[in-house]
Ligand binder design. Structure first.
Ligand SMILES: Cc1ncc(COP(=O)(O)O)c(C=O)c1O
Length: 387
């Protein structure tokens, strides 16, 4: 049972958890880690989920890879980002977390390894462990922008079966560059690895104008999986809809789709009402996406204005996503800064170590909170961090 012995993926340290609880007991804590769009004051049309009540959902016609109309809607939505996706290469799941689980089952045997970026979202270690798979980190190094450490990739163990890229990455906000993708594809082809590209935040460019997206659709040489989902793309984490676009050489791609069909058939986890509603949700969800895009962009701009007046702190370049990374003076440990913010200002931020930053001191803030709340709390955060 050792796979259950570590702390939960999203858990804070004991000291931070205790301070959060004490702060919550004493009144409100301003949560600058909020990543749930349904709790961030966006306007969701009251009838947005009306299609979930479609009477057609009263009939169950299991379809392991997903109902074709829903898969087609995902493919058509990819065209919005310039990708030509064949609906037959789309697999539906209940979330991108589930998609990961299916891909690790597909690509790995127990004891095998996948390469994962560091820093990144602390989820992969848990998802892999449940499949008996090890994660081997490769660093993203910050030289003005975040770059892949290819030396770490070259040193990957024999047991490696896939490399995982998050583009844009959470929380660094970095997209994979065209040159990096090309280089990584060569390594994957030479070593027989699959490429898993998490593009759940691809709809949220910040400091970039032409990010590469929908990489699986263009894959020629290497078996490639691109992950997306309603939780980020439509701001609807509660509807539980994710998708995988499979790309690569025809034979490898078709074999992967066949095996994924077997895995998906074992669970049949995507509800029929969600699949029937998917075309409508993918169209109408744009309204939420636009609100989130506007909010994340304006909060980032406000964060920059605030740090311009407090140059001891620096908001790092954020190419995309829902977070900003702030370099703060390393005059106290990150955990102590988070505790001080909670106890003195009643503000919660993530310490950099939560995402495995290589050294201190960084904090990570969500760009989702309501603008005035965000600006006030961010200004107080920067003031305390600089003191
Ligand atoms: C980079 C990244 N991938 C995947 C997920 C999981 O998303 P889902 O809600 O689709 O499981 C998250 C969650 O925040 C994430 O940050």
């Amino acid at each position: 049972m050792s796979k259950f012995s570590r702390r939960l993926p999203h858990a804070e340290t004991n000291a931070i958890s205790a301070a959060i609880a004490a702060g919550a007991a004493a009144g409100t804590v301003v949560d600058l880690t909020e990543s749930n769009p349904t709790a961030a004051g966006f306007t969701y049309p009251a009838d947005l989920l009306a299609r979930l009540a479609d009477g057609a959902g009263l009939t169950y016609t299991p379809s392991p890879l997903g109902l074709f109309e829903a898969r087609r809607a995902v493919a058509e939505d990819a065209a919005r980002r310039g990708a030509l996706v064949d609906p037959g290469h789309v697999v539906l799941s209940a979330s991108s977390s589930e998609s990961y689980g299916w891909l690790f089952k597909l690509l790995c045997d127990p004891g095998d390894a996948v390469l994962v970026p560091r820093p990144s979202y602390p989820l992969f270690e848990h998802l892999t462990r449940f499949e008996g798979v090890q994660t081997v980190p490769y660093d993203l190094e910050h030289y003005g922008r975040w770059r892949i450490d290819f030396a770490a990739i070259a040193a990957a163990p024999e047991a490696t079966r896939a490399v995982l890229v998050v583009s844009p990455n959470n929380p660094t906000g970095s997209y994979i560059s065209a040159a990096e993708l090309e280089r990584l594809t060569v390594v994957c082809r030479d070593r027989g690895w699959a490429l898993i590209v998490d593009e759940v935040f691809a709809d949220y460019p910040l400091d970039t104008t032409s990010p590469i997206t929908d990489i699986a659709a263009a894959a020629a040489d290497v078996l490639t999986f691109s992950l997306g989902g309603a939780s980020k793309s439509l701001g609807l984490p509660q509807v539980k809809l994710g998708w995988i676009v499979v790309g690569g050489p025809d034979a490898a791609r078709d074999a992967a789709l066949g095996a994924l069909e077997l895995i998906a058939d074992t669970y049949l986890s995507v509800s029929t009402p969600v699949q029937l509603a998917a075309p409508d949700l993918l169209t109408r969800g744009a309204e939420i996406r636009h609100q989130i895009q506007k909010r994340t962009q304006s909060n980032l701009t406000r964060a920059r204005t605030i740090t311009a007046a407090n140059p001891a702190c620096e908001v790092l370049a954020a190419e995309g996503g829902w977070s900003a990374v702030v370099r703060v003076p390393a005059t106290r440990a990150e955990e102590q800064l988070v505790l001080d913010l909670l106890q003195r200002e009643r503000i919660l931020v993530h310490p950099g170590f939560f995402f495995d930053f290589p050294h201190e001191a960084f904090i990570v803030v969500s760009l989702l909170p309501a603008p005035d709340l965000f600006a006030d709390a961010f200004a107080r955060t920067v003031r305390l961090a600089s003191s």
